[in-house]
Design a binder for this molecule. Structure first.
Ligand code: AVI
Length: 322
């Protein structure tokens, strides 16, 4: 796989985001994208097979069962851009269905070089498909993919696994508008969305009894220790998952068990925490039944088809740019 590597300095960006998030006056926070270093990505793979976390299995089931139908609803001459490919495992079905009709180009867009390498290992054997990975933020990568569009070629954007849920609602709406503005009329977007569920079911999914999600969350402090020479004592923080009824989201936090300080030399920072104070690390927004259609419509897409999983309320939505 040919890979276009990132040009901006990721360490500088990490330092500046950590500094900004931990010096906020009120609620401290860290951007959820930093959960996914090599350790975090491996832990997320484990989360996705936990009995309590049905989301990834629902996503995979829908893509496996409906791959041909999805392909039938997309123009034949197509290039596929996947925003956040991860390991690429769940994308295999749809790529194979598309390749049965015509040779396709697949462009995974990822900030993690490790995920891109995994994606190539996982999908490199698919015949009639070329892979070019982009180590980029989603929209920057999409702009580059679109710039490579051949005459008469349509673009299919994949944004799977309910990653849209990790944006707050205004940010999700803005993101879809930006995606739409990069595309042309007739291009497609396959969007995975997770629906609202009973609160105890959501809490169990984000605070599993094996403690994998807790490890995934705490790894963010471990990462700051590893990469920025910080001295967070992980045992002095605990994972918390709570439902926010106003935002209709599950929030992950790291709660300080005691009054304490942490120093982050590479960010030139010393941070104090009161007992019980939290760092907000992620939100997973859950959608009402008609919400995906509404936000996509507001962004300039029409819904061509929607597939809903019967075991875990989750949908793949196929939208066409108007
Ligand atoms: C990647 N994303 C959709 C997951 C979610 O459900 O919000 C990340 C995750 N966080 C905790 N468990 C899974």
């Amino acid at each position: 796989m040919l890979t276009h590597a990132i040009t901006a300095d990721p360490v500088l960006e990490f330092v500046s985001d950590v500094r900004a998030g931990l010096t906020l006056r009120g609620q401290k926070e860290l951007p959820s994208k930093y959960l996914y270093d090599d350790v975090g990505s491996a832990l997320f793979e484990v989360i996705s097979v936990l009995p309590q976390y049905g989301l990834t299995r629902a996503d995979e089931r829908l893509l496996r069962r409906h791959a041909s139908e999805i392909a039938d609803n997309v123009p034949k001459h197509v290039a596929v851009a996947e925003l956040g490919s991860g390991s690429g495992k769940k994308t295999r079905w749809i790529l194979k269905a598309l390749c049965r009709r015509q040779h396709i180009s697949y462009f995974p867009i990822e900030i993690s070089p490790t995920a891109l390498a995994m994606c190539e290992r996982e999908l490199g054997d698919i015949e009639s498909m070329s892979i070019v990975g982009f180590e980029r933020e989603y929209l920057d990568g999409l702009i580059e993919v679109v710039a490579r569009r051949h005459d008469g070629q349509s673009i299919l954007v994949l944004f799977l696994g309910s990653t849209i849920g990790n944006f707050d609602r205004p940010a999700a709406a803005k993101f879809l508008r930006e995606v739409r503005n990069i595309l042309q009329p007739g291009d497609s977007l396959l969007l995975g969305t997770d629906f609202e569920k009973p609160i105890p079911q959501l809490i169990a999914a984000y605070d599993d009894p094996l403690g994998v999600t807790a490890a995934f969350n705490l790894n963010l402090l471990a990462r700051i220790n590893r990469e920025l020479d910080a001295d967070f004592v992980l045992e002095q923080f605990e994972h918390v998952a709570k439902f926010n009824p106003d935002a209709r989201s599950i929030e992950m936090h790291l709660r300080s068990r005691i009054d304490q300080n942490a120093t982050i030399p590479r960010a030139g920072l010393s941070v104090s925490f009161r007992e019980g104070e939290t760092i907000w690390t992620e939100s997973s927004h859950k959608y009402g039944w008609t919400e995906p259609l509404r936000i996509a419509k507001d962004a300039g897409f029409v819904c061509k088809a929607q597939w809903i999983d019967q075991e875990w309320a989750f949908a793949e939505n196929l939208f066409i740019a108007e």
